[in-house]
Design a protein around this ligand. Structure first.
Ligand code: FAD
Ligand code: MLT
Ligand code: ZN
Length: 427
């Protein structure tokens, strides 16, 4: 078996047998999906450019069930693909071959919420938008927001260390996550689900799982610190020649409006900004944000999308876009740059009517070399998954890659968790 566009050989894992299916049925009765139509949605990624051929999807409800599944798969040498909302953009969320898909879709319970501290403890399969609604009704916000909020799971967010639209305001998940619970490849439950603000008892093990993309363990529960819901939100949408969306959030509307007004006067006065609009009411705020949040979806309507997600020094952020516009010829259609300016994160997207190997050859390794030349990162926030693992060496030294491999071997000696993903391609 080889993958169509990226040649890769299936590792010698076992193949799921009738007996395995019967065992799964005993562990998660009535939640073993083998219907090909139902499996299709979990075998294909959001961008619809990666397709696995898994024959079974399991839907545990509890940590104990996840533990039993992994213990079983470990014993049988069956490969496992953890899956949340399947909104990942680097091909990490779908199987490459016939890996067992372990979905967190039914692990969607809030465990506790502390109404004074804002600490939310929940299962990994909670959908981000639903969590947002839950904490907002209680006067708090989730410190993370992204366009995929309607589908992505909080466990998937941690597994990818998603950045998103609020990182500048509230910081990365590496700071706001207080604890987590994960199940290791052999079924061991690692309960680090504390809600303490301070805990220096040795290594901060939760950080290993944040951003590990399902290769070191399955995250089953999360403890996250939610900040108070801001009393006043202002959104400014400014133009020319770039579009910039600025959101301020504070506690006193008049004070915030005065500060933003001062900034806008200055920006308009200096000629930096030529036009724009302001919003404070919820409906207009949402509408302006939708312009930004739906770029991904809009691009996917333009044909095949070559997606790059790089960190660059701010003063060079857009140069890669102009450079590629000058270099690329058809079949490239559009070269588009957007992202998270405040985070130094550029989303470089190139579209074409259909996948073209020569165009890929024009883009890679050029984009990666360009990024490395600026000491940037070849994956700012989307992760490595299946697509970017050949590019890791552009942003990490060999010693770091070797240590990553050693950690993987320590935690998952048989390599059953999300094989073919995140770690560098082995020679
Ligand atoms: P999946 O796609 O299901 O999985 C992603 C990875 O995590 C896979 O490797 C999977 O194996 C692993 N995984 C999932 N759940 C678990 C678990 N419980 N335990 C262990 N491993 C697990 N990303 C950003 O960073 N910022 C953005 O602004 C952003 N915006 C997006 C907008 C759109 C429209 C779309 C489609 C995607 C966007 N993304 C963004 C990418 C994606 O939404 C994030 O990576 C998200 O965090 C993935 O969550 P998920 O539940 O869908 O995970
Ligand atoms: C975004 O910022 O919109 C997301 O990361 C998705 C994308 O890069 O298209
Ligand atoms: Zn983004």
């Amino acid at each position: 078996l080889t993958c169509e566009r990226y040649p890769v050989r299936r590792l010698p894992f076992s193949v799921v047998s009738e007996e395995d299916l019967a065992s799964f049925e005993r562990i998660v009765p009535g939640r073993v999906v083998t219907d090909p139509e139902e499996l299709e949605a979990s075998n294909v990624d959001w961008l619809r450019t990666m397709r696995g051929c898994s024959k079974v999807l399991l839907k545990p409800r509890t940590t104990e069930e996840v533990s039993c599944i992994l213990r079983y798969c470990h014993g049988r040498n069956l490969a496992v693909n953890p899956q949340g909302g399947n909104t990942g953009l680097v091909g990490g969320s779908v199987p490459v071959f016939d890996e067992v898909i372990l979905s967190t879709a039914l692990m969607n319970q809030v465990i506790s919420f502390h109404s004074v501290s804002g600490t939310l403890v929940c299962q990994a399969g909670c959908v981000l938008e639903e969590l947002s609604r839950y904490v907002e009704e209680r006067g708090f916000v989730v410190p993370l927001d992204l366009g995929a909020k309607g589908s992505c799971h909080i466990g998937g967010n941690l597994a990818t260390n998603a950045g998103g639209l609020r990182l500048l305001r509230y910081g990365s998940l590496r700071g706001t996550v207080l604890g987590l619970e994960a199940v290791l490849a052999d079924g061991t439950v690692l309960n680090c689900l504390t809600s303490l603000r301070k805990d220096n008892t040795g290594y901060d093990l939760k950080q290993l799982f944040i951003g590990s993309e399902g290769t070191l363990g399955v995250i089953t529960a999360v403890s996250i610190l939610c900040p108070p819901k801001p009393g006043a939100v202002n959104v400014a949408f400014l133009e020319s020649p770039f579009y910039v969306l600025v959101e301020t959030s504070g506690s006193r509307a008049e004070h915030d409006a005065e500060k933003l007004g001062g900034f806008l006067d200055q920006a308009l006065g200096s000629g930096l900004v030529t036009d724009g609009t302001l919003a404070t009411d919820q409906r207009k705020v949402k509408m302006l944000w939708a312009l930004r949040e739906r770029i991904t979806e809009a691009l996917s309507r333009d044909g095949h999308v070559y997606k790059y997600d790089v960190s660059l020094p701010l003063d060079r952020l857009y140069d890669l876009v102009t450079d590629l516009r000058a270099r690329l010829r058809p079949p490239a259609k559009h070269v588009v740059g957007y992202g998270h300016l405040g985070d130094g994160n550029l989303h470089l997207n190139v579209t074409a009517e259909a996948f073209s190997a020569p165009l890929l050859g024009d883009l890679e390794p050029y984009v990666y070399e360009w990024t490395a030349g600026q000491r940037g990162s070849v994956s700012a926030e989307h992760g490595v998954g299946f697509r970017k693992r050949g590019a890791l060496g552009y942003s990490k030294p060999p010693e770091a890659l070797q240590l990553m491999q050693q950690l993987k071997t320590l935690l998952d000696p048989k390599g059953i968790l999300n094989p073919y993903k995140t770690l560098p391609v082995q020679a």
